[in-house]
Ligand binder design. Structure first.
Ligand SMILES: NC(=O)c1ccc[n+]([C@@H]2O[C@H](COP(=O)([O-])OP(=O)(O)OC[C@H]3O[C@@H](n4cnc5c(N)ncnc54)[C@H](OP(=O)(O)O)[C@@H]3O)[C@@H](O)[C@H]2O)c1
Length: 433
């Protein structure tokens, strides 16, 4: 099932304005930068882009055009799953003659859109593409064949594709056809755009982003389990954008029992500055529940909502399993480790069986602590509210094995910004990177 989602019309470009490369944060391009350069969600497909005649320019370098290709690729932020977000720009004699981005799996790749726009002007042009062109028959024919047929003169690639079906073979084919190929232009920024796809291809697991809402004294729920709501409406609305870009939303049995969450993307909760200008359709992310003993209730709210729910369990109870399956969930048994679900096994199965690129985790301190200890959290997004919840309230991550200060887990903070009345802190645990 799919829901209609309204993408933003938040371009910083006005008609006739020449686009320019985004300022780089510590992490390169930040999809949620607040400076108006980059939308927190994919730029809308009818964003006003300068007409081609106005883009006649000379003297701009490869970074300039690659920045534009990255900007185009961002438009697929919510829709290309399980494929990567890719953008392409074709330039001949200093003029952009074609451009495009990959919109959805099964639809033409970015290069094909750009070639279709350029027509015969593609001959001799330089092609800027954010990911190595594919050279295999997947859901669509190889882009390398199309680029060779169109007689482009040079291809500039941001990063090579770690997909074993491509993995530098696309570049080899272009070189064999006599096309000049350069790689590594804005590669860091290109990596930032597809952390999940790249992680899945390289390490056979998804990229896992753990979102937590906490008080100024680092508490995420009262001792009773009450936690709704710690942060402002604006912060919760911001979270909807993180959910929208994810292939899956994961939580633990504890949160299901305490909050009965929906784990869905909700159009009416997206930030209000994202004014509707065009409807696109995105899939609801897969809901993933980690539930050792199958304690999830059969009348859990999410089971009656559009989208798919998968429960990973270590329970052998066929009765509980069949009750939950009758209620609409898909129950998967995985091995147990330390009397709980083996989290590594879950991640591997999400990558292999569901092609999950990015996981958005919203869970309590028990599961988030276990995931952190297992080295499975790649990014932490904390919304910090200006409230104090006191000593009895629960913390961020249950980390019982840390007793001495020198056993601490260091984090690399890459962005801090205000969201409504709260602060959003984005960080990477250093030991998992
Ligand atoms: N502030 C926030 O951002 C935020 C976000 C979400 C939730 N919360 C709050 O957090 C509270 C719930 O937190 P919680 O810690 O009780 O529950 P939790 O972390 O959501 O879920 C923990 C449960 O996950 C299951 N699990 C399965 N395998 C596991 C493994 N390998 N390691 C760890 N857990 C595993 C266990 O279920 P079994 O019992 O079946 O073993 C465990 O009880 C609620 O009060 C909720 O409102 C706060």
């Amino acid at each position: 099932m799919t829901d209609a989602i309204i993408p933003p019309a938040s371009s910083s470009l006005s008609e006739g304005e020449i686009p320019h490369s985004k300022p780089l944060s510590k992490e390169g391009i930040s999809p949620t930068s607040s400076n108006g350069e980059i939308s927190p969600t994919p730029p809308s497909s009818n964003e006003k882009i300068p007409t081609l005649s106005k883009l006649v320019m000379g003297g701009f370098n490869d970074q300039y055009y690659m920045a534009r290709a990255l900007r185009l690729a961002e438009r697929g932020l919510w829709s290309t799953d399980p494929n990567p977000r890719v953008g392409c720009v074709l330039v001949r004699d200093g003029e952009i003659v074609g451009e495009g981005w990959h919109q959805a799996a099964g639809e033409p790749h970015a290069e094909i859109h750009a070639l279709q726009m350029a027509k015969e002007k593609a001959a001799g042009a330089t092609c800027y593409v954010t990911l190595e062109p594919c050279c295999h028959y997947g859901r669509t024919p190889p882009c390398t064949d199309a680029l060779i047929k169109a007689a482009v003169g040079r291809v500039v690639v941001a990063i090579t594709d770690p997909n074993p079906l491509v993995s530098s073979k696309g570049i080899e084919q272009l070189l064999k056809a006599g096309i000049t190929v350069d790689t590594g232009v804005l590669s860091h920024e290109a990596e930032q755009l597809n952390p999940g796809f790249l992680m899945r291809m390289r390490e056979n697991r998804p990229y896992i982003r753990c979102k937590l809402a906490m008080s100024l004294d680092g508490r995420t729920a009262m001792a009773s389990g009450e936690s709704q709501w710690i942060t402002s409406t604006e912060a919760r609305s911001d979270v909807q954008c993180l959910r929208a870009r994810s292939s899956a939303i994961m939580t633990g049995a504890g949160t299901v029992l305490a909050d009965d969450p929906r784990l869905s993307v909700r159009v009416d909760e997206l930030p209000c500055q994202l004014q509707p200008d065009k409807q696109v359709t995105i899939k609801q992310p897969l809901r993933v529940i980690i539930d050792t003993h199958l304690s999830m209730p059969v009348d859990a709210r999410m089971l009656s909502l559009p989208g798919q729910t998968v429960i990973f369990t270590a329970s052998n109870s066929e009765t509980l399993k069949s009750m939950l399956e009758k209620a609409g969930a898909h129950v998967i048994s995985v091995p147990s480790r330390d009397q709980a679900v083996d989290l590594q096994a879950v991640c591997q199965r999400l990558a292999e069986e569901y092609e999950v690129n990015e996981v958005h985790m919203e869970t309590g301190a028990t599961l988030s602590g276990a995931m952190l200890r297992a080295g499975l959290i790649d990014e932490v997004v904390i919304y910090m509210a200006p409230i104090l919840m006191g000593n009895k309230a629960r913390g961020l991550f249950n980390l019982p094995d840390i007793e001495r200060l020198n056993q601490h887990i260091p984090l690399d903070i890459v962005e801090i910004r205000a969201v409504g009345n709260d602060w959003r802190i984005t960080a990477h645990p250093i030991n998992t990177r």
